[in-house]
Design a protein around this ligand. Structure first.
Ligand code: UDP
Ligand code: MG
Length: 302
């Protein structure tokens, strides 16, 4: 078992995290649930503090600790992916967990139990959001609402606490995209998938890195990388407005040519506005459909 931990400026949390993960791993080794070679794998996502020295000294104290240092800050999702790719050939299964251990590590044995029952993808789902402030709670709800409306396949309240088997990890490499939204893709791999419920604590050490800006960016990546619904919406709006513009155009022609009670210049001004506006939006919609197709072809997903 490899435990992948992305870390960005986590010097305050790391010593505690190392201790806890060790305890969990050695207890599981003691019970014979995992191999003694199991190890934690820390990914330093370009931290500017003592995160990397902490990982190095962790390795010096216990050689099973491994680390990966990224050249700069690439963001949580990329750090996580780099970690998963780093352990892929050196494990039977990998669990990803945040460095602050807000996600209860006591659930790790349950992940492994499910894996040993032949399940390739085990998703951690938090039991409640009591430990979150009102802002995070509201924004999370809005996030899932938006994602559902945009047709992104998400399991509610599942973040990046999950187990992937080696098989699933190998399969993940077939997705050659740079903007991977892991939590949507992992449910789409097509392997047997199950869920483990866990408790969430408040962050005990350090503070969150997910500012509003980063959360919005994550949501945007999630939508754009997994769904063409927004493009389809443009196409639909374009078509509707084009139909409407045809109606308006015929009304203008009728008032001018049949009734003849309009001011000179009115028809020649309004007709092009309605008609050309409608045609433009229709054309944008058509282009959108092609762009959508292009995106899915370019991704070359398996
Ligand atoms: N993280 C990272 N790179 C970043 C930001 C965050 O690797 O650019 C890591 C961070 O160290 C932590 C995890 O991603 O292990 C989740 O971040 P955080 O706990 O700050 O987010 P929250 O739990 O508040 O959403
Ligand atoms: Mg956290």
């Amino acid at each position: 078992l490899a435990i992948v931990v992305p870390c960005f400026n986590e010097q305050i949390a790391l010593p505690h995290t190392l201790d806890v993960l060790f305890r969990v791993l050695s207890e599981m080794v003691g019970r014979g649930e995992i191999a003694p070679e199991s190890y934690p794998y820390f990914v330093d996502d370009g931290s500017a503090d003592l995160t990397w020295p902490h990982i190095v000294s962790g390795h010096e104290r216990n050689k099973s600790v491994r680390g990966l240092k990224l050249a700069r800050n690439f963001g949580h999702q990329n750090a996580l992916l780099a970690g998963l790719m780093g352990v892929m050939d050196r494990c039977d299964a990998a669990i990803s967990i945040d460095a602050d251990l807000q996600q209860d590590p006591a659930a790790i044995p349950e992940f492994v139990a499910q894996f040993r029952r032949g399940i390739d993808v085990v998703l951690g789902v938090r039991k409640d959001r009591e430990s979150d402030g009102w802002f995070k709670r509201c924004s999370a709800q809005l996030f899932y609402l938006l994602m559902r409306a945009m047709g992104v396949p998400l399991i509610a309240n599942h973040a990046d606490y999950r187990l992937l088997s080696r098989r699933a990890l190998k399969h993940l490499t077939l997705y050659g995209e740079t903007n991977l939204f892991l939590r949507a893709i992992c449910t789409q791999l097509g392997f047997k998938t199950s869920v483990v419920c866990f408790d969430v604590k408040e962050r005990a050490y350090g503070s969150t890195h997910y500012t509003l800006g980063r959360m919005l960016k994550l949501a945007l990546t999630g939508i754009v990388s997994t769904s063409v619904v927004p493009l389809r919406m443009v196409a639909l709006i374009g078509f509707a407005i084009f139909a409407l513009s045809l109606l308006m155009a015929s009304y203008v022609m009728y008032r001018t040519l049949v009734v003849g009670d309009t001011v000179p210049g009115w028809a020649s001004t309004t007709l092009p506005i309605y008609f050309i506006g409608g045609v433009q939006l229709l054309c944008l919609g058509v282009i959108g459909e092609y762009v959508g197709q292009t995106i899915s072809e370019v991704k070359r997903r398996p």
